[in-house]
Structure formats: C-alpha cells, structure tokens
Design a protein around this ligand. Structure first.
Ligand code: AMP
Ligand code: MN
Ligand code: MN
Ligand code: MN
Length: 276
C-alpha cells in the first residue's frame, strides 16, 4: 500500500489547495494520505472531502512547531479529532506569534538590503494567519535576491542566519498532550534535520516517549537513504512506530513528490497500525 502522511497545502506553506493536493496524491498512486499543514487544521475538511471523493483513505494531520533545547522541532499529529477544542485553541495561539515575527524578519531583511519583505511574503501567503519563512523565501527568489529556496535558507533565513528571528514555539509536552488528548498519534518529524548532540537526541527521544509520543518519521523527503537506516534503528531501539511522508510543498520545490517515497523497512511497525 502506498502511504504518504506528511505534506502541505496553501493553508500553511504549500502552493496547492487541499483538494489539489489530494488530487495529486491520488494521481501519484497514494492510497492512504494525510494533510499535515503547519499549526493549522483549517484545510482538513476540504482535504477529506476530496480524498474520499477519489476513494483514497484520509487521515487527519497537523505539523506542530515546538521549541526544544533552543531549537525548533516539528511534531506531527496524525489521526486526531479535528474538532477538539484544546488543540484548536493551542494552534490559534501559536499562529498569533507568526505575525509579529514576520514583521521583525522583514526589518532584518531590510537592513540587509532587501526591502518590502513583509508585504512581499504576505502576497504569497493564502492564509495570512500562517505567514512563514517559506513565503519570504518565495518572494526573495521571485525578486532575484537568491537563485532558489535553499540559497535563501543558507544565506538569510536558516537558523542562526542574519534574517531569521528565533521563535519560542510550543513546548514538546504541550504539543504531545494536544495530540494525544485529541485521540491522535504524536510523531517526531524528520529527526535528521535537527542540530542536536547525540546526548540531546537521546534526551529528546526519552522525553517524547515519556510524554506519550509513539512515532518517528523514518522515510521523508528531508532524509538521505543513510538517514532512513539511522532512524529505522532509532525506531527499533525505542520501540517507536515508523512513519513516512514526502513533506511535499510544491511541484517546483523540494526533493520528493507526493507518494514518491521508498517503502519503510519491512521489520518496522508502521504508524497506521494505530488506525488501519
Ligand atoms: P517557519 O515555520 O516559518 O519557521 O518555516 C519553516 C519552513 O521553512 C519549513 O516548514 C520548510 O517548509 C521551510 N524550510 C526550512 N528550511 C528549509 C530549507 N533549507 N530549504 C527550503 N525550505 C526550508
Ligand atoms: Mn513547511
Ligand atoms: Mn517540518
Ligand atoms: Mn512539513
């Protein structure tokens, strides 16, 4: 079965509407699909209707921004109740901080010779409540300040770069609680992307597990094949369920298209054992 449990629509920083993401996933042969917009559940109703119309198994999802040990970690929530009031309110609170941060980032970029960043990024954000670094990056590439998105993050907006404004997102404890209280499964997204020491990684996995987190993303567009093997080993060691997803944002950006992910190692227990 072809499964893709991580991707984005215009409700966060993707470029396709939820129904268009569903259609593309289906056209690419995906049989079980989750939409996981950043800090937003607003695309799920449209996504579900489109998926079910196409005969594709739909899984509700979200990707929550968390700050842990001074760095951003993304926690996926899968198969949760999207009407749960606590998670809806919690995500609304996270989104409020994005507006102020966007204005601050625009100020930093202006000082670096890139004016008009706030209005520029906003023009790319179909959901103004969810303005993200991706929208700034699209603006900067379109204006010719950088050749591509990667260059924007390498030079200006990546963690520690001069245009970036560090954020205090939600806590790990809060994010896992929102997800599990809404009946969902919490999954550490793309662990290979985090800049932690081995000791910190161990503490992150232990704490996540103690809090009731049960899944880890093993196969994702953000991992190299060597990292598939590395995080498969982490899943075995901690007894985590394994997840997989393209992290698709746009047909023009990123490494993997919807559904274009290699299968999980066959000895791992897939996260969809929870609901399928
Ligand atoms: P934000 O939530 O506003 O901090 O933006 C984070 C988003 O930026 C991620 O979800 C990715 O979509 C995007 N992003 C982060 N790093 C990179 C990168 N190196 N290249 C392209 N996109 C990136
Ligand atoms: Mn994103
Ligand atoms: Mn992410
Ligand atoms: Mn993502």
């Amino acid at each position: 079965m072809k499964v893709d449990l991580h991707c984005h629509s215009i409700v966060s920083d993707g470029v396709l509407a939820p129904a268009q993401v569903a259609a593309r996933a289906h056209a690419n042969g995906v049989q079980m699909w989750a939409l996981t917009d950043h800090d937003e559940l607003g695309g799920l109703a449209e996504a579900r209707a489109a998926a079910e119309g196409l005969g594709m198994r739909f899984v509700t999802g979200v990707e929550i921004s968390v700050t842990w040990a001074g760095h951003t970690v993304h926690i996926l929530g899968l198969n949760l109740d999207e009407r749960n009031q606590a998670i809806l309110q919690g995500l609304a609170d996270i989104r409020i901080g994005r507006e102020t941060r966007a204005r601050q980032m625009a100020g930093r970029l202006e000082a670096l010779g890139i004016p008009g960043g706030y209005e520029g990024a906003l023009a790319y954000a179909a959901n103004p409540a969810l303005i993200s670094r991706t929208h700034f990056a699209r603006f900067m590439v379109a204006q010719g300040y950088c050749k591509n998105m990667q260059q924007v993050f390498d030079k200006y907006l990546g963690d520690g770069c001069p245009g970036n404004v560090p954020m205090q997102w939600s806590t790990l404890e809060q994010a896992v609680l929102w997800i599990t209280d809404a009946g969902g499964v919490a999954v550490i997204a793309h662990p290979g992307r985090y800049d932690y020491t081995p000791t910190q990684f161990g503490a992150l996995f232990d704490q996540f597990k103690d809090l009731g987190g049960t899944g880890i993303e093993v196969v994702t567009g953000s991992h190299s094949p060597a990292q598939y093997a590395e995080y498969a080993q982490v899943a075995r060691h901690y007894g985590f369920l394994a997840s997989c997803g393209s992290d698709f944002h746009s047909p023009q950006e990123g490494k993997l298209d919807l559904g274009a992910i290699p299968p999980l190692p066959s000895d791992l227990t897939p996260v969809w054992r929870h609901w399928a």
